[in-house]
Ligand binder design. Sequence first.
Ligand code: BTN
Length: 257
Amino acid sequence: FKIIHLKTTISTNMDCIELGKEGKRNIVVVSDIQTKGKGRLNRLWYSNYGGLYFSMLLDIKDIKVEQINFMASLSIVDTLNNYSTKDFGTVGGQKPKVFGIVGRQKPKVFGIKFPNDIIVKNNHSTDYKKISGILGEINLNYGFVVVGIGININNTIDAEIKDIATSLKEIEGKEFNKQEILNVFINNFNKYKELTEKEILNKYKEYSATIGEKVKIITPNNEIIGIVQDIDFNGLYLKTDDNVIKNISVGDCIHLR
Ligand code: BTN
């Protein structure tokens, strides 16, 4: 990857889309701040100074589109685990429930909430804060994919989202070198490119904070509640009250009690 470092921009996803249309590929655009960072579902991504905001521009031929969000979320979890000194159970001073598959050997502080929010979990499945999010955008005409990633590192969390968001600095009580974190992320991402579909999926399940949970999925025209049985590249598999298993690929996922 060639890395382009900006002091400010509207959105690094938008920058990568421009570059993609010009025929450029394998570029990472990173910016100190974004004036209009884009989140999923047309939300705004708070992008004040101290956070890590970057987008990767990839050729559609070089990747498996359905796997890209899984690879990106796993790379983020691995990266954060590399910097976190916290062992499972110490965040917030409470002992959390085990992430994902029960009986997993080494539970970690960070988990993936479907589809690709990176969260820090406390003692209950509904008690978590988001530390990182991913926004993938695909352009079939020009044949590229942009994977935009925001990670709260040293930035102060806006008062409006304090209850639902946290930063690495808040967890660890110190500041981190964002450039180094970006390099670690890229190394991790390249590592996942070498793994098989099955290996990626197994690893994702290991870190899934959503498997086994009762959730509500909200789509533009529907709402559905159920227990998550499994997750794969087609989305999640939800067991509803009438004991039917439904496959859902998109939507906003809320963990319920
Ligand atoms: C989400 O809603 O969880 C996804 C957030 C993605 C934010 C990142 S920050 C860098 C890149 N540029 C953007 O405008 N958005 C993504």
